[in-house]
Design a protein around this ligand. Structure first.
Ligand SMILES: Cc1cc2nc3c(=O)[nH]c(=O)nc-3n(C[C@H](O)[C@H](O)[C@H](O)COP(=O)(O)OP(=O)(O)OC[C@H]3O[C@@H](n4cnc5c(N)ncnc54)[C@H](O)[C@@H]3O)c2cc1C
Length: 341
């Protein structure tokens, strides 16, 4: 495998660097949004080559492969498609140990395109690892699988402009978690989020304070925030010594009291698919077609990822608590005045 990777890096990745640079230069000046709008086609071609050469996702060791596949436990997707099978198809058949992978990572380091081509680049590997450990089956289908497939990129949002972020205990971004743990609202400012500008970036893992009363090392949680959520504002590329590292970039991001995502996004997606089905007539609902399958999957999500109604109730409770306080919110929901102490 080392020889295969060595040849891939030297014969395909390093020679491709010039064309990536030319593509980005033609797209705009460093920091301009146009440089983050399209992935240079040669990168997608290299990803295909890495797959063919058996170099895809080689970062995942045996334990990680086991955890990732385990996210799909007892869960089969719509139309009988097994999430577990889909995840396993992306993982190496013979996983390497961490020490073995280190030797490959050293070779990948010879080209700035190699780790990307092999789906072994930061911050996605760390984020895939977190999802492999903790994602629900619904989150695994929505986020982990597309990341493993290399169809989506992600960002990890820890650092904040207003606190010394070397010490994660200082992180101040607020995550308000609903009582059942199924929903969160997130607000705060982040910066230096690598990958957040990438045109394929679909997910932000946001570190924030979810339990301000707990001791400093137990206060924080990570919220999964869709990059396209309405409350995600001002995703602005930062320059590092004048370089923008396009198309991934490093961004400052404002998170503006994000909420209602679990209800809002599937509904919008369904409305779009419904229109597409209408345009296609009978072909749109034909069972083997892409649209019918996508529609079925998205419709299921409105139940499988927690029913809309539950999310709406939770959201109403959170909003009532924000405006009326805990006692007022209880009164609004139950119609009962709080008992006098
Ligand atoms: C190119 C790039 C990419 C990045 N990507 C990401 C990313 O994807 N996600 C993300 O969340 N962040 C990212 N970061 C941010 C990076 O993790 C932070 O800049 C780093 O953790 C330092 O935090 P800070 O900038 O708040 O500096 P501060 O915490 O304010 O520290 C400033 C300086 O104070 C000193 N200092 C602080 N604490 C101590 C200590 N305990 N002991 C001794 N000295 C100390 C050090 O000299 C330090 O350099 C990225 C940064 C860069 C430059």
């Amino acid at each position: 495998m080392r020889e295969r990777l060595w040849a891939f890096v030297h014969e395909e990745c390093i020679p491709a660097e010039e064309s990536v640079e030319a593509f980005l230069s033609a797209a705009g000046h460093p920091g301009e949004a146009t440089r983050f709008a399209v992935v240079p086609p040669v990168i997608e071609a290299l990803k295909e080559r890495a797959r063919d050469l058996g170099l895809w996702n080689v970062w995942a060791d045996e334990h990680m492969c086991h955890l990732a596949a385990g996210r799909a436990t007892d869960d089969a997707g719509p139309c009988g498609v097994s999430l577990r099978r889909d995840i396993e198809a992306q993982l190496p058949a013979e996983p390497l140990t961490v020490s073995e992978y280190a030797l490959l990572a050293e070779i990948m380091g010879r080209s700035e395109l190699a780790a990307l081509a092999c789906n072994c680049s930061a911050p996605d590997t760390g984020n895939m690892e977190l999802l492999s450990r903790f994602a629900t089956p619904g989150q695994a289908r929505r986020w982990l699988l597309p990341l493993l497939q290399g169809r989506m990129r992600s960002a990890f949002l820890m650092t904040e402009p207003d606190v010394a972020s070397s010490d994660a205990r200082n992180i101040a971004c607020a995550i308000a978690v609903s009582d059942d743990g199924a929903r969160a609202t997130v607000s705060g400012r982040k910066w230096w989020a690598t990958g957040a500008c990438h045109p394929q970036c679909g997910l932000f893992l946001v570190l924030g304070v979810s339990d301000a009363g707990a001791r400093p090392t137990r206060r924080h949680s990570i919220a999964l925030v869709p990059a396209s959520a309405p409350g995600v504002r001002d995703v602005t590329p930062l320059l590092v010594f004048g370089y923008d590292d396009a198309p991934a970039g490093h961004a400052s991001v404002t998170l503006d009291a994000l909420s209602g995502i679990k209800v809002f996004v599937p509904r919008v997606a369904l409305a779009v698919m419904d229109r597409a089905i209408q345009v296609h007539g009978g072909a749109g609902v034909e069972g083997r077609g892409l649209l019918a399958r996508a529609y079925a999957g998205m419709r299921c999500l409105r139940i499988a990822d927690g029913p809309d109604d539950v999310h709406e109730r939770t959201l109403a409770g959170l909003e009532a608590r924000r405006v009326l306080g805990a006692a007022g919110a209880r009164e609004a929901v139950t119609g009962r005045r709080p008992a006098k102490l």
